[in-house]
Write a protein that binds this ligand. Structure first.
Ligand SMILES: Cc1cc2nc3c(=O)[nH]c(=O)nc-3n(C[C@H](O)[C@H](O)[C@H](O)COP(=O)(O)O)c2cc1C
Length: 255
């Protein structure tokens, strides 16, 4: 069983690709949360987790899900595959610790460098078209290779790009980032909003409601930026630093 979270499609692509290559089942974490996940693994079935890296750590929704997940019978093989724009920091260590609290361990961890979706602060922007293409080609090749390693239940495997100063980023910057910058309060919608409802449809955590033809954020945002990137007319902005930076979601670019 592969549990995944994704806002802009990179991690969904990875989860579905791994599921196909390893003949595993796949489940979207927000759906599993609604149904209060209790999973009965088949004999020998692997347990995989796929998610994007947010501020050099797994997203909060993924950490909360792992704490609540109940598995009948101990999983034989557990792995994570995360996607990041550049560096995963200590995501593996943080996730492993959460699993150890449940009495499980992580057998393998893989990071995939994929197109960037974080553009909210000055200095953060989408990849160039060339870089995006290069990342997607490399990720496709890596998926085939990693799927083979998962199929053979490769153990004691840490194949992650942590990056420099990862302790500082994951342990010091991440809590500040989470507390101050994972918020939907800076979202604004322009008068050009056509009330199409796309933002409501793509929000993975049901955080957007429409009233009077306008989106209203409900203050339980995961920070994924799906609403910004999917708006067909780019009418949604986050604070003052996203204007003119373009949009990306897996299979689509508007920059
Ligand atoms: C709130 C937020 C924080 C992010 N933090 C990081 C990070 O610390 N390191 C990194 O390399 N990429 C970071 N990214 C980029 C995403 O991890 C990357 O683009 C990922 O593939 C997006 O996955 P998704 O399309 O499944 O949502 C961040 C993106 C968002 C929206």
């Amino acid at each position: 069983m592969i549990y995944y979270f994704s806002g802009c499609g990179n991690s969904r692509w990875l989860a579905e690709g791994l599921a196909e290559a390893t003949q595993d089942r796949v489940c979207f974490i927000p759906d599993a949360i609604i149904h209060d996940a209790v999973v009965e693994l088949h004999t020998g079935e692997r347990l995989g987790f796929v998610f994007p890296v947010y501020a050099w750590a797994p997203p909060n929704i993924v950490m909360q899900f792992v704490q609540r997940l109940q598995v009948k019978h101990r999983p034989e093989y557990v792995y994570l595959a995360c996607t990041c724009g550049d560096e995963a920091g200590l995501s593996e260590r943080i996730f492993r610790k959460a699993l150890q609290h449940k009495g499980w361990d992580l057998d393998a961890a893989f990071s995939f460098v994929m197109p960037e979706t974080y553009i909210n602060l000055p200095g953060f922007r989408l990849d160039t078209e060339e870089n995006e293409k290069r990342k997607l080609e490399a990720a496709q090749q890596r998926l085939t290779e990693v799927a083979e390693r998962i199929r053979s239940n490769e153990r004691a495997c840490s194949d992650m790009k942590a990056g420099k100063a990862s302790w500082l980023k994951s342990k010091v910057v991440q809590p500040l980032f989470q507390a101050l910058l994972i918020s939907d309060r800076p979202f604004r919608v322009g008068s050009d909003c056509v009330s199409c409802g796309k933002c409501e449809e793509v929000c993975p955590v049901g955080n957007i409601r429409f009233s009077s033809g306008r989106p209203h954020w409900q203050h339980h945002c995961s920070g994924c930026m799906a609403c910004y990137h999917h708006c067909p007319i780019n009418a949604i902005q986050f604070g003052r630093h996203t204007k003119g930076k373009g949009q990306y979601y897996f299979g689509h670019r508007n920059a």
